[in-house]
Ligand binder design. Structure first.
Ligand code: NZQ
Ligand code: ZN
Length: 385
């Protein structure tokens, strides 16, 4: 176990009454001007929009709306949010929706306090030192953005999809998680969330030796099994409260940092490949991961074969010495929940392998991820055709 410091300042309200605490938390923050960030309207269908507006009006807080955040959130749209936050002296940001909404809200929270362009944080020219306070109301449990200090943004001009990691600074002050708000998710969106959660958990599981995973490996296995079982129940009964609740809390834990402490950080290679895929082809993040993970596992097996075989035995119930059996077993699970396993199934007829390889190569270099030559990155992409 490596040394670590772990501090997570996010206060979490979880359950059917989670949003009842919004007024109390607004009063605690003593705010005047709120920027309310959301996407394309799902929060109007599931009642979250009305709940937030009611609470803000009850507290007599000025409201500035920043709607229309899209999946793979756009830098230009975030810049527009930064301008609104500056013009209106915003002192709290409320983000309600999926990871894209929360990530763009974080971009605004950091960007509104500095004189330079917010992209400077993402291309690592500048470091985030402070942020406007943020509340998160996740309605798509996948990214853990509600409880971490990470934000991912897409540059509209260059197609680069880069992140900021500012743990402890960009974490929401409070997060309100009501599993009932996820009933309106389609099964496809839920499946993509499932593949994302599995990836957050297995990136380190597949790249770390067994000795270093004595504790964390078991936590990861428990979480992966939980989300797979919850997914099976949700496919039969999308409004099963307990399954949605297990799914939601697993999602929050998976990438909140608590699972990964004490084990080496290898820089999320599969996610780095995916960010270049969704950054260029504008595919859903979870769809990209179910396409890329099997091909990437083949690479991971060249370093830690036993981890892949242990995953096969402990998670998929496959006893084998052949890594291809485990990879096929995971693909079978992905197919069973309706997640794609090839570029074509993800809607990409002509994958731009060379462009993605260039973009990913840049990300691997900037993150200092070892063991991936350009040829290896290209090979992983090609295997997804
Ligand atoms: O725009 P609206 O109308 O809100 O609809 C959204 C969107 O179309 C919809 N949705 C959300 N909640 C819903 C709902 N539809 C019905 N009912 C609900 N309750 O879902 C669609 C997709 O939303 P999006 O936010 O894009 O999905 P997700 O949560 O998967 O976020 C993906 C983004 O997060 C980044 C990804 O790269 C991607 O850009 N990530 C962020 C991370 C982080 N901050 O730590 C880590 C992740 O690994 C990931 O990279
Ligand atoms: Zn992810």
């Amino acid at each position: 176990m490596q040394d670590f410091n772990y501090h997570n300042p996010t206060k979490v309200y979880f359950g059917k009454t989670a949003l009842d605490n919004l007024v109390h938390e607004l009063e605690t923050q003593d705010v005047s001007n709120v920027l309310f960030v959301y996407g394309g309207g799902s929060i109007k269908a599931n009642g979250v929009y009305d709940t937030v507006m009611k609470a803000l009006k009850q507290c007599r807080i000025n409201i500035v709306e920043h709607a229309g955040v899209k999946g793979n959130p756009s830098l230009n749209h975030a810049r527009n949010g930064v301008a609104k936050a500056k013009e209106n002296n915003v002192d709290l940001i409320i983000a309600a929706g999926g990871g894209s909404v929360m990530d763009e809200a974080k971009a605004v929270a950091a960007g509104a306090l500095v004189p330079f362009d917010v992209w400077d944080f993402y291309c690592k020219k500048e470091t985030v030192a402070e942020s406007i306070a943020l509340f998160a109301i996740p309605t798509l449990p996948a990214t853990s953005s509600e409880m971490n200090g990470i934000s991912v943004l897409c540059n509209d001009e260059t197609n680069e999809k880069f992140n900021i990691i500012a743990q402890g600074i960009l974490n929401p002050v409070a997060a309100f998680l009501d599993p009932q708000t996820t009933y309106t998710l389609s099964l496809q969106q839920t499946a993509y969330a499932c593949t994302d959660i599995i990836s957050h958990l297995t990136e380190s599981y597949f790249t770390t030796s067994s000795d270093e995973l004595a504790l964390q490996g078991r936590i990861i296995e428990g979480l992966v099994k939980t989300v797979m079982e919850a997914m099976d129940v949700i496919m039969e009964k999308p409004d099963d409260y307990d399954a949605r609740a297990s799914f939601m809390w697993t999602a929050t834990l998976a990438w909140s940092g608590i699972v990964q402490v004490g084990i080496p950080d290898w820089g999320m290679p599969c996610h780095s490949l995916e960010m270049s895929m969704s950054g260029y082809h504008d595919t859903a993040h979870g769809a990209g991961l179910s396409v890329l993970t099997p091909s990437w596992m083949k690479h991971a097996a060249t370093v830690h074969l036993t981890r892949i075989l242990t995953f096969g035995r402990n998670i998929l119930g496959i006893n084998t010495d052949n890594v291809d059996d485990v990879i096929e077993g995971l693909k079978k699970f992905y197919r069973s929940i309706g997640a794609p396993t090839t570029f074509l199934e993800a809607g990409i007829e002509n994958p731009e392998i060379e462009i993605m390889t260039d973009l990913a190569n840049k990300v691997f270099k900037s993150r200092g991820i070892p063991g991936y030559s350009r040829d290896e990155i290209r090979r992983i992409y090609k295997n997804c055709c």
